[in-house]
Design a protein around this ligand. Structure first.
Ligand SMILES: [Zn+2]
Length: 339
């Protein structure tokens, strides 16, 4: 398809030409983004995929400016897989786990169930040379943006080159519900962006956003901006499971960053964490399970299970050799802080 090829071409030129087309994701700091709509001509497939409904009186070939594409995704052990929605194996497994009476299964189900990301075209104002990029926003952030856009006080005028800067703070040291903060920069302080040559991606036609697309077997082939060493060098610590820079061969390393808008990537059963036992002793243990709703984690310290708050935990990177992981016993106290 024409667009697809265009995108691939753009990806190749992205670094130098400023024509964008690659993926970016929110950094763990203040992100300053301009958000762009994309023009889209209605196709038959759009109705099949549920983007439009015939009852909306939308016709084939009509052209609209669209803002986002919502993509339900599963975070599986093998990487991120876009939900196929109908007859989805991951959804079935998640439902089965959620319906189990076993608490641990329920938690696994909660983690596996589809999690929607909202993809938009953005310009990172601190990296304008990259041009327009595609960014996955957590629902909580997208909702905030939408609230501004739908508010007559602001409206669509806040989007695009003449629009406003969105200040999106992301702090992964905070509990999941408080990780993000979205603000609009004062109108007087927003400089217009020259839109010439900027071409937002038609998100309804991006292969990596299609149902069933898996980061593991697909992204490196076509969607990943090719061998972008510059980027790698700039952000050596960026190794989370974000769609943009997923490297299947890095899967065995401990991701230090967070899963998008959920829990930090290290919040996985088997990873080592440390915490204070309340008496000034630092204990180390392995994460057994967690309850995202309560931010509560079970940590196994040599056979004793402690229930701890997210804020109390520190991840202990185990380095590349995972096999030599050992639990260090530092204090012989009775762990009775849990249930
Ligand atoms: Zn699914």
């Amino acid at each position: 398809m024409g667009l697809n090829m265009k995108r691939l071409d753009r990806s190749k030129q992205a670094v130098n030409s400023g024509s964008g087309g690659g993926f970016m994701r929110l950094q763990n700091k203040r992100n300053i983004l301009r958000i762009f709509t994309f023009p889209h001509k209605v196709t038959k497939n759009d109705f099949t995929r549920g983007f439009y409904s015939k009852t909306d009186k939308i016709k084939l070939g009509e052209e609209f400016d669209e803002l986002e594409r919502a993509v339900p995704r599963h975070f599986t052990d093998e990487g991120i897989v876009n939900c196929v929605v109908t007859d989805c194996d991951h959804c079935k497994t998640a439902a089965k786990l959620l319906g189990s009476s076993n608490k641990n299964d329920q938690k696994l189900g909660k983690r596996l169930k589809a999690n929607t990301a909202f993809y938009v075209n953005v310009m990172d104002l601190e990296n304008k040379d990259a041009g327009l990029q595609i960014c996955a926003l957590p629902p909580i952030v997208f909702n905030e943006i939408l609230t501004y856009v739908l508010d007559p006080e602001y409206g669509e005028g806040i989007l695009g080159g003449e629009g406003r800067d969105f200040l999106i703070d992301r702090d992964t040291s905070k509990p999941p519900a408080k990780m993000y903060n979205v603000k609009l920069r004062d109108e007087k302080r927003c400089k217009p962006i020259d839109e010439e040559g900027l071409e937002p991606a038609d998100l309804f036609e991006v292969p990596a956003l299609e149902p069933g697309w898996s980061v593991v077997d697909g992204l490196d082939e076509s969607e990943k901006p090719d061998k972008d060493e510059e980027l790698e060098d700039e952000e050596p610590e960026e190794k989370d499971e974000g769609l943009e820079d997923e490297e299947p061969e890095e899967k065995d390393e401990e991701p230090e960053d967070v899963l998008p808008w959920e829990l930090p990537a290290w919040c996985k059963a088997g990873n080592t964490v440390s915490f204070d036992d309340g008496d000034g002793n630092t204990l180390k243990g392995k994460l057994v399970e967690f309850d995202a709703g309560k931010d509560e984690f079970d940590v196994d310290v040599d056979g004793d299970v402690w229930s701890l708050k997210f804020e109390e935990l520190k991840h202990v990177p185990t380095g590349k050799k995972k096999s030599t992981k050992k639990v260090v016993k530092k204090a012989k106290k009775t762990p009775n802080r849990g249930k």
